[in-house]
Design a protein around this ligand. Structure first.
Ligand code: ZN
Ligand code: ZN
Ligand code: FE
Length: 762
């Protein structure tokens, strides 16, 4: 017998996101292409293939397998073993073996694919204009899964029995709807329904057309989507958008926009090729894009902002609606201020009836909510501001940990994190835990993730702050050991882990607020850290926050504090607009609070310094949302500049970075009539120089050549790009975030890493 005719057998194990994403039909197709025999099955760990045939063909099969795969699949590893010939005559898809232990990965929710989109608008297709069209390459996943293994009876599709035609597709390995769990059509699947804000059904056969008319007429319509409800309005109609703002109690925070096509977006925003890739990706995040002026978008969408947050349509219903309205829509989360987005029909009508005039609902339940994700291209990479729909529950691959950890995250922008082996599962954006519905969502998410990921935590991690709801929750879990992790250490640990590095690093941990190890409020921290411990190597000098949290919403209070810090009572004599224009009595009250130490905690926060400078130079005295003053200060900056202010630091146990020279320089620029734009540019430049220099200093002391950048302040593009560039010039390896947000959305990841490193069994 010729050697090439000799048959061999191989057993191939494939792990990763390989179930419910068309992986077995893909294998089936490959086996057919190379005329190989055997079988493929889902198992607890992923997919297992037994393959028989000539060696040469099998190696081609393996090459094809590792070289390409279905769009939603994500392969983490492929193991090939020798096996015995079993004499298969065909290649088949075997019954799945119900897993006793589940460790396969679940796919995120995915935007409608090109094939389904074509069918959606094809009048000859049986799913023409059917709002729930999907296939193995697209549609809902994470949001509809109630339990594992991922099979239709364990999703919110269980109440819909497939019609014969759908069932035939589902059973046919050559069909792109083979084992697509949410498979449906207008005969057997979910349906949309229109009702008014009293919950009464509106009888109309052309529902989407009707909704389009309502929106174009200035009404606000709540629309049930993939991860929750949106509130939709005509983005060109200023009156409608202003009405939405007023009803939603959302003063100035930008609203997200949705368009059908890139060319529609290009009419009002700059889109480069990287942005376009992100917009079109199956994750369909909101992408931060620079505004074009003039544009056709209502002023109320993004007042005072030079950017728009824009996404492309991602569900079939979005496409149907956008094609009918023909204009971009405001698509903002269906919630009141900071509460979680509504997902249930009755709950939505109850909670949102004061905001929406109409409701476009449907009867496919959303089991777990996820908000739209937000990304921006900055410093040559995609940076996440919010990691949710489309990304979750894909894990981050980290250095292997020996224990399973539950980390409870921060208080604001909360996420939770569960770890298992070399994977960290970061939850979707949960929100601000201060309100009760968000706290309930937090608890539900923890239980849900434990269940679907089959993780039983052995240790629990949380913040140091005694009053965070997430800390209290952790301490209430009496049966588990608790490890408390300092906020800024968690930021840097998250950055180390995301970059798959090991410490120690010089960590620049910059944000608004974090509970410090000395009980003051930290936020402008340079720490030397690894996964287990840290020490504070340098920080911004401390100033009082008159009125504590009130000074976060009223940056003018911080401006008074910085002036007092630099000049003492002499600041009254300064001839600058800030001192001239603000009510003298109010300033006096602040000074008294500072002098007598009344409700004025000390802070080294960089976020507060941004706020204070913004108020001092007249950008704004009050903020309507977190970070607003800092964002506006960044946006007005003259850039690039090559000139900054003086800076200096003191050194005793650690370096204290003086604020005085910076404040006095800003004041003298104000006295000399230097523009806001120029001052802002010089301020940014000063920070970049000062922090780069201190890193060089610490490198001399420690021999550490890696710098890690984390914390909410790194949503500032000038600061991020400037520090990366400057530190690179000084020869540092610079770690920053690309897979998780730099803000408090990464705290749970950092906590999990630290707890995993510290915890020793027993
Ligand atoms: Zn599809
Ligand atoms: Zn059907
Ligand atoms: Fe933080």
């Amino acid at each position: 017998m010729d050697k090439s005719d000799e048959h061999i057998a191989r057993r191939i194990e494939v792990n990763g996101v390989v179930q419910g994403v068309g992986f077995r039909p893909f294998i089936f197709g490959l086996a057919e292409r190379y005329r190989l025999k055997g079988e493929v099955a889902n198992t607890s760990g992923g997919v297992i293939v037994h393959i028989e045939g000539p060696e040469e063909k099998i190696s081609l099969f393996l090459k094809a397998l590792s070289g390409s795969h279905p769009p939603l699949a994500h392969i983490t590893d492929i193991c090939v073993h020798h096996d015995n010939l079993k004499g298969f005559n065909t290649f088949s898809i075997a019954q799945s073996r119900s897993p006793e232990k589940n460790s396969t990965l679940i796919s995120p929710d995915i935007a409608i694919c090109e094939d389904c989109l074509r069918e959606l608008f094809d009048p000859h297709n049986r799913r023409f204009e059917y709002p729930f069209i999907n296939c193995t390459n697209c549609g809902p996943r994470y949001s509809i899964i109630q339990d594992i293994p991922y099979d239709r009876p364990k999703t919110s599709m269980k109440q819909f029995k497939m019609c014969d035609q759908c069932q035939a597709e589902y059973d046919n390995p050559k069909n792109r709807r083979f084992h697509a769990q949410p498979n449906a059509c207008s005969v057997c699947g979910p349906q949309i329904l229109l009702c008014n804000n009293a919950g009464d059904t509106i009888d109309t056969t052309h529902m989407v057309e009707k909704v389009a008319k309502l929106i174009l007429g200035g009404d606000i319509v709540a629309i049930k989507g993939l991860g929750g409800f949106h509130l939709a309005a005509d983005a060109r109609n200023n009156e409608a958008v202003a009405k939405l703002r007023k009803r939603k109690h959302r003063e100035e925070k930008p609203f997200a926009l949705m368009a059908e096509d890139i060319k529609d977006i290009k009419k009002f925003a700059y889109v480069d090729s990287e942005d376009e890739k992100l917009l079109r990706s199956a994750k369909r995040p909101i992408v931060i894009l620079r505004k074009k002026t003039p544009n056709n978008i209502a002023k109320e969408v993004c007042p005072q902002n030079r950017f728009f947050g824009v996404m492309l349509a991602y569900t079939p219903l979005h496409y149907l609606l956008l094609r009918k309205v023909g204009v971009p829509l405001v698509m903002t989360s269906g919630n009141i201020s900071e509460e979680p987005i509504a997902i249930d029909n009755d709950e939505a009508v109850a909670r949102l009836s004061g905001i929406a005039d109409y409701f476009l609902i449907h009867n496919r339940d959303i089991y777990i909510r996820s908000d739209d994700s937000i990304v921006r291209n900055m410093a040559g990479e995609t940076r996440l501001f919010r990691r949710s729909r489309g990304y979750v529950p894909m894990p981050l691959f980290i250095n292997k940990q020996t224990v399973q950890v539950l980390a409870c995250g921060a208080e604001l922008k909360n996420t939770v994190c569960l770890t298992k082996d070399n994977k960290a599962f970061l939850s979707q954006h949960i929100g601000d835990l201060e309100n009760l519905p968000t706290y309930d969502f937090f608890k539900m998410t923890i239980e849900h993730m434990k269940k679907i990921l089959d993780i039983e935590p052995e240790v629990i991690a949380c913040d140091f702050h005694p009053n965070y709801f997430s800390t209290r929750y952790a301490l209430e879990q009496k049966d588990l050991p608790v490890i408390q992790v300092q906020h800024h250490h968690a930021h840097i640990a998250a950055c180390i882990a995301e970059n798959k590095k090991k410490g120690p690093v010089i960590g620049l941990s910059f944000d608004g607020t974090g509970y410090g190890a000395d009980s003051t409020i930290w936020g402008g921290e340079v720490i030397v850290a690894d996964e287990k411990s840290f020490h504070r190597a340098a920080h911004l000098d401390c100033v009082p926050m008159p009125g504590a949290t009130a000074s976060i919403k009223e940056p003018w209070r911080m401006a008074v504090s910085y002036l007092y810090h630099a000049y003492g009572e002499k600041f009254w004599d300064l001839d600058i607009p800030f001192v001239r224009n603000i009510n003298k009595n109010k300033i006096e009250v602040m000074v008294k609070m500072i002098q007598k130490n009344i409700n004025s905690p000390q802070t080294s926060s960089l976020g507060r310094l941004f706020d204070g400078i913004a108020a001092l130079i007249g950008v704004r005295n009050r903020t309507a949302f977190e970070g607003q003053a800092a964002i506006e200060l960044e946006m007005i900056a003259n850039w690039p500049v090559r000139q900054g202010y003086e800076y200096c630091w003191t050194s005793r146990d650690y370096h204290v970075l003086s604020l005085e020279p910076i404040i006095t320089s800003v004041v003298s620029d104000l006295e000399n009539g230097v523009s806001q734009a120029e001052i802002s540019g010089k301020f940014h430049y000063t920070l970049i120089r000062m922090f780069s220099k201190i890193c060089c200093f610490i490198r001399k002391e420690t021999n550490i050549n890696t710098a890690a950048l984390s914390g909410g302040s790194f949503q500032n593009n000038l600061l991020l790009a400037g520090l990366i560039e400057n530190l690179n010039e000084y020869g540092f390896d610079v770690l920053s975030h690309r897979l998780v947000p730099p803000n408090d959305g990464n705290i749970s990841l950092g906590q999990a890493i630290v707890a995993g490193a510290l915890y020793r069994k027993g």
